[in-house]
Design a protein around this ligand. Sequence first.
Ligand code: UD1
Ligand code: CA
Length: 455
Amino acid sequence: MDSLNIVILAAGKGKRMHSDLPKVLHPLAGRPLLQHVLDCAVSLQPQQICVVYGHGGEAVPQAMSRYAARFVLQEPQLGTGHAVQQALPHLAGESRTLVLYGDVPLIQRNTLHQMQQAAGDGLVLLTIHLGNPAGYGRIVRDAQGDVLGIVEEKDATAEEREIGEVNTGIVLAPTQYLREWLAKLRNNNAQGEYYLTDIVSMAVKQGIAVHTAQPAHEWEILGINSKVQLAALERIWQREQAQRLLEQGATLADPARLDVRGTLACGRDVAIDVGCIFEGEVNLGDGVRVGAYSVIRDARIASGTHIEPYSHIVQTEIGENCRIGPYARLRPGSKLGDGVHIGNFVEVKNSDIAANSKANHLSYIGDSSVGSRVNVGAGTITCNYDGANKHRTVIEDDVFIGSDTQLVAPVIVKRGATIGAGSTITRDAPENALTLSRAKQATVPGWQRPTKGKS
Ligand code: UD1
Ligand code: CA
C-alpha cells in the first residue's frame, strides 16, 4: 500500500481577503500559496495529485497548469468532507490518500514523511498543541490517550474547548476506508457541513488505528484567511530563510530586512546589506557583497564581485571581481566577464561584455558584444532600435569610446579603435585609428549675449 494520492483542498472562497483573485493564488514569498503546496506535494512523488477548486472560474487550474495534477470543481462547497468526495473518483484504489490545503502553504516534506512513517494500516492526523486553540477542531482522547474523534469548535462543549491539542486538518488515510467513510458522512452539525473530521470517529468505531504526528514547526500548519495572516506568515517565512542563510555563514546586515522570493544560494563570506530582494534562482559566489536595496532576480554572480547599492539585476551572469553600481541596471540576456565595471546609471541589455571592460557612467549598452579592456565613456548610447527592428553593435577588444557617443547599429568598432567624444557613428570604425564625427568648433567674432528687452 505504498502508493500515494494527494488531495489539495482549495475551494474556499477567501472572503476575508477582500480580493477578486482566488485566495490560493495570492503570493507568499513570490509564489502563489497553492504553488508552495503543489511543490511540496510533487516532492513526495505521489501517483496522483488532485486539486479541488471552487471560486474564480478557471483561474486556479490555469495558473497551475504546469503541474501534472487533476483539477476538480467543487460546486457548491458543502464542507471539507464533501470536497474530498469530489476527488475520490480520480484516486488510485490500493493506496493511501493525503489531504493538504491550498491555503496552508508552508507544510514541509519532512513532516509529511513522518506521517507516512506513522501510518501502518491506519489513519494519521497531523495535530499540534496551541496556547490559543480557538477556531480549530479539538482532538478528543480517552483516558488511555487514544484518539476518539475530532470535535469542531462550533460543536464543542465548554469542556472540549479547553483541549489544547488541535486538528491541523492534514490527514493521511487508506483510500479504501476513505471511500467507505465519506459515503456515510452526515451534515447534522452546527455548520450544516459535511465534515472530513467525522471520519475519525468512524475509524475508531471500526477499530482502525488512529495515529497522530506533529509538525516540526508551528508555521508549517498556519493557514491564510486574510491579508493580515498573509503578511504575518510572509514575515515568519522570510525570517526562517534569513536564519538558514545565517546558519550557513552568510552575513546579513539585518535578517529582518531581507526578502527571498525563490532560492538564494550563497558561497562563503557573502555579505548582504539591508533591504535587498532576491527573486527566482540567485547564486552568489564566495566573497560577493550586495549593497543596500538591490533587487536581483535569476542571476549568477561569481566570486569577489561587489554589487553597490540600488542595483537592479535580472537574468544576468556576472563574472568574478566585477564592480557593479551603485544604480546599475542589468537586464535579461547579459553576460559580464571577470573584472568588469558597470557604474551608476548604466543600463545593459542582452549584451556580452568581456573581461576588464568598463562602462562607468550614464550609458545604454543594448544588443551588443563588447570585447575585453574596452572603455565606454560617459553617456555612450548604442542605438539598437530603428523603430522596427533591433540591431547589434560590436565593439572589439581594446576600444576606447569617447564620452557622449552614439553607435548606430548595426555597426562594428574594430579592435583598438578610438572614437572621439561626441560622435555619432553610423559606419564601421577601423582598427587602431581615431574615428570621429563632429561639427567643427567655431568661435563667432563680435557675438554678443542677448539682453532683456525694455518694452
Ligand atoms: C477545518 C477542520 C478543523 C481544523 C481546521 C484547521 C473540518 C470540518 N474542520 O476547519 O478541524 O482545525 O480546518 O484549519 O474539516 N474547503 C473546501 N471546500 C469546502 C470547505 C472547505 O475546499 O467545501 C477548504 C477551504 O478552502 C480550506 C479548508 O478546506 O482551505 C478548510 O476549510 P474551512 O472551512 O476553513 O475549515 P475550518 O472550519 O477552518
Ligand atoms: Ca468551516
